[in-house]
Ligand binder design. Structure first.
Ligand code: ZN
Length: 282
């Protein structure tokens, strides 16, 4: 838990590094393009990114944030915990929107939801010490993306967001840590061995937090949750349980999907595949 927020010092928020995600409320890549010319034109990550305009719901200032052009990137596969993998670019890197003026940040899908009480909390606890964020560079590195997601996670805690938003932000951060580890493994797995092990450890911490948050959200929130219906979320919790080593729990969540009358065949198939994966651990 201690290193969950490492890297926030750069934003002036180092003192928040001992926050707890669910603490009880106190009162306070490259691929050939489809070039028809004789010469092949390479599509690179920067070609798939554009600057999208946002108005910050906390400070009301306008800013631009790098966004992936929709329709330009193809989904190639997904991990068992529903992490999508795209051709040419890891779109997940661009999901956390950060206001460079006040430090407010959130995953794209949650960015515009803001009450005045929440804005006040963010101004008091984030903006007051926020030192800014660099906005140069054509694309985000994994380290840029991970730091931005951690900042978004701090914001969820400060604004007392729903548990599901915190859990989802943890999950997305875990996916980025996995993405970074995979890219290092592809570059040179042997030379990067120690870093990869460290990233896997950190990923497990974020997955554990995601699992615990979704588990509690299940009993306190309504569906759809983070854009997922109940059966999809049940499946996701089953896989998170498996990934964090809670095999009996995982098995129970898988059964819930398999006996759910309203679960579609697609999610039941995935649940059956998960059951196979889980078998050696039971
Ligand atoms: Zn702002």
């Amino acid at each position: 838990m201690a290193n969950l927020f490492s890297g926030l010092e750069a934003f002036g928020l180092g003192k928040m590094s001992d926050l707890e995600v669910y603490a009880p409320d106190d009162k306070s890549s490259k691929k050939p393009g489809d070039g028809t010319e004789a010469e092949e034109k390479k599509v690179v990550e920067a070609d798939l990114i554009f600057d999208k305009s946002y108005t910050c719901p906390v400070c009301d200032k306008e800013f631009k944030s790098k966004t992936v052009k929709t329709g330009k990137v193809k989904l190639i596969s997904a991990d068992t915990d529903l992490r999508p993998k795209y051709q040419l670019v890891d779109s997940l890197k661009y999901d956390a929107i950060v206001c460079p003026h006040c430090g407010y940040s959130a995953l794209n899908r949650f960015f515009n939801y803001m009450t005045s009480a929440q804005a006040k909390l963010i101004k008091e606890q984030i903006s007051s010490s926020f030192k800014g964020i660099r906005t140069d560079g054509e694309v985000f590195s994994y380290d840029d993306a991970i730091a931005r997601h951690k900042l978004a996670l701090v914001n969820t805690i400060v604004k007392k967001s729903k548990l599901s938003e915190r859990a989802y932000t943890c999950l997305k951060t875990a996916w980025l840590l996995r993405g970074k580890a995979e890219s290092l493994a592809a570059e040179n797995g042997e030379a990067n061995k120690d870093t990869i092990t460290q990233l896997q450890k950190e990923e497990l911490e974020f997955l554990t937090n995601a699992y615990e948050g979704f588990l509690e959200a299940f009993s306190k929130e309504m569906f759809p949750m983070c854009g997922m219906d109940e059966n999809t979320m049940t499946y996701l919790v089953a896989d998170l349980a498996r990934r964090v080593g809670k095999y009996e729990e995982s098995s129970r969540w898988i059964s819930k999907v398999l006996i759910a009358r309203d679960a579609n065949e697609r999610i039941k198939t995935k649940a059956r595949e998960l059951k196979e994966l889980l078998k050696p651990n039971l």
